[in-house]
Design a protein around this ligand. Structure first.
Ligand code: PEP
Length: 245
């Protein structure tokens, strides 16, 4: 599974031209592809990808069903606009918008109830890594997933994104990521049992690009990638996907 996160980039005009360039380049590739696009581009992109295997998703949502939350967006709005998934707990939201584990947990439950797939991001800062980050990652996972019904768990994908690797050009080492993914899998098994814990895909994100994507995907516990900066150009993103298809 390869997901692109556009962050706060692309007007609808730019989104349209991107998707029209991307689709013919990836149509025969055996990879699950998703694009997390700005809210304004969801309907347009969902229409454009309608006959393809590309999924469109959002990058955030509110935890309430609806309400007086000026400037926010509800899961059911995303779903109706054509989003299939939503990225939750991205470190840019945790850091810049002070999202807490508790709030992210509520968003995860709401999104699943609304029929959206969830891509739950977890990851540590450099300081946390130096001190040993297992407890931190465990807390992020368990607070988001402990309350999720087992029947809905298969709609969840985890993205391990060390904060120090996001947008910095400094990716983690594939062998270190592999070890962390094995740890995350053990935590998932603790929370929901072996059968469920084993099944959740775990993606790696953090400065993934054409030059290193294969080294990550070679590892048996890295099920895909969440790509930010390198997903912004359609031909570049398509060629990365082709390398691992
Ligand atoms: C991201 O935004 O989730 C991300 C991993 O960004 P980048 O690939 O640019 O590091």
């Amino acid at each position: 599974m390869i997901l692109g996160n556009w962050k706060m980039y692309k007007t609808n005009k730019e989104a349209q031209s991107y998707v029209k360039t991307l689709l013919p380049l990836v149509e025969n590739l055996d990879v699950l592809i998703g694009l997390a696009v700005p809210f304004t581009a969801i309907s347009l992109c969902a229409e454009l990808v309608a006959d393809s295997s590309v999924m469109i998703g959002a990058q955030n949502m509110h935890s309430a069903d609806e309400g007086a939350f000026t400037g926010e967006i509800a899961g059911k709005m995303l779903q109706e606009a054509g989003a299939e998934f939503v990225v939750l707990g991205h470190s840019e939201r945790r850091v810049s918008f002070h999202e807490t584990n508790e709030e992210i947990g509520k968003k995860v439950s709401r999104a699943l109830e609304e029929g959206l797939k969830v891509v739950l991001c977890v990851g540590e800062s450099l300081e946390q890594r130096k001190k040993g980050c297992e407890e931190h990652l465990e807390e992020q996972l368990s607070s988001a997933l402990s309350g999720v019904k087992k029947t809905l768990l298969k709609q969840v994908t985890i993205a391990y994104e060390p904060i120090w690797a996001i947008g910095t050009g400094k990716s983690a080492k594939p062998k270190d990521v592999e070890k962390t993914h094995m740890f995350l899998r053990a935590v998932l098994e603790q929370i929901h049992g072996k059968t469920y814990g084993k099944k959740l895909p775990i993606l790696y994100g953090g400065s993934v690009k054409k030059a290193n994507i294969e080294s990550f995907l070679q590892e048996s516990h890295i099920d895909g990638a969440l790509v930010g900066g390198a997903s912004l150009e359609a031909t570049e993103f398509a060629s990365m996907i082709a390398l691992v298809s």
